[in-house]
Ligand binder design. Structure first.
Ligand code: NAP
Length: 291
């Protein structure tokens, strides 16, 4: 918003469609960015029950929104409702950003690129030729796996509690990214995988409530970069263990901000003020209601 709280007939609208959307930070940091750049734009939470998803996406067009983000649980389900999707979305079968351009709804996925930006900007790390141990095989893991595969990593070990989902993610990587990854059961001895990996990524929800992943933590050391896609709490038990052992650690706040910054650029055509977005998100996370 060009002026805090001011909305008028010229205001351009964007938002986020999801359910139940209770803890989304996107309106906070996107509106902070609009305010900072004096753009007369407004980002709204659009809480949408499953039965109304089709109507809500129709509403993007009907109400002349510039675009929307799509979050859980609709990243896959929204695809048939769009006119076109980018190659990234096809690989991972998920859309997190829609842009209404010349009357057409175009789907993008900025999650994977957001993750790569996090590594580059906050750890000065290029993934090329690195070995990656990716824990998880859900939506976030798919986006990260496709992004790191395309960015030239040498190996990916996909570790998951439900082994068949690890296998299925490896099949997607082979088919869509021509990358041969190795599926691993989370209950297997993971010692050699942790020892071999340069980058360890937690893309499961384990750690949000302080739970520990069953990993051989003693094998983590100062040569590792350990990333957790979780950002609340800011330090999961995995990151605490890794930091204790002098590994470099990153939480998921950067991925959230960078994927949002990429959506911002798709909609507005302008570079997002990421520092402003970070400050707004951190301030909101420090408020007791976000805990
Ligand atoms: P999802 O599709 O539901 O996948 C959940 C994953 O967690 C699956 O691999 C699941 O394994 C695993 N899992 C859940 N409970 C487990 C347990 N008790 N033990 C072992 N594994 C368990 O969710 P998602 O969308 O991928 O999100 C995963 C995490 O990433 C969430 O914490 C989310 O907040 C975070 N995330 C962060 C960002 C960001 O921008 N920072 C973006 C997206 C997601 P099974 O296959 O065995 O069920």
């Amino acid at each position: 918003m060009s002026e805090r709280g001011k909305v008028d007939g010229q205001t351009k609208l964007v938002g986020i469609i999801g359910y139940p959307l209770r803890y989304t930070l996107s309106p906070v940091f996107q509106n902070a960015a609009f305010y900072h750049l004096k753009l007369n734009w407004c980002y709204l939470p659009l809480v949408t029950e499953n039965k109304y998803l089709e109507k809500a996406v129709y509403g993007v067009r009907a109400l002349s929104f510039v675009g929307v983000n799509i979050t859980m649980p609709y990243k896959q389900k929204v695809i048939p409702l769009l006119d076109e999707v980018s190659a990234d979305c096809e690989a991972i079968e998920a859309v997190n950003t829609i842009h209404l351009k010349d009357g057409r709804l175009i789907g993008y996925n900025t999650d994977g690129a957001g993750f790569l930006a996090l590594l580059k900007e906050q750890a000065n790390s290029d993934v090329k030729d690195k070995k990656v141990m990716l824990i998880g095989a859900g939506g976030a893991a798919r986006a990260v796996a496709a992004a790191v595969a395309k960015a030239g990593v040498s190996e990916i070990y996909v570790v998951n509690r439900t082994f068949k989902k690890a296998v299925s993610l490896c099949e997607v990587l082979k088919e869509k990214c021509s990358f041969k990854a190795q599926p691993v059961d989370l209950r297997d001895g993971l010692t050699s995988f942790v020892g071999n990996a340069d980058i360890i990524i937690n893309a499961t929800s384990v750690g949000m409530k302080g739970e520990r992943l069953p990993l051989p933590y003693e094998k983590i050391g100062e040569g590792h970069l350990v990333c957790d896609l979780i950002y609340a709490p800011s330090k999961t038990p995995l990151l605490e263990e890794a930091e204790k052992r002098e590994a470099k650690v990153l939480n998921g706040l950067g991925m959230l901000i960078y994927q949002g910054a990429l959506s911002f650029k798709i909609w507005t055509g302008e570079e997002a003020p990421v520092d402003v977005m970070f400050s707004a998100a951190k301030k909101a996370l420090a408020e007791p209601s976000q805990a």
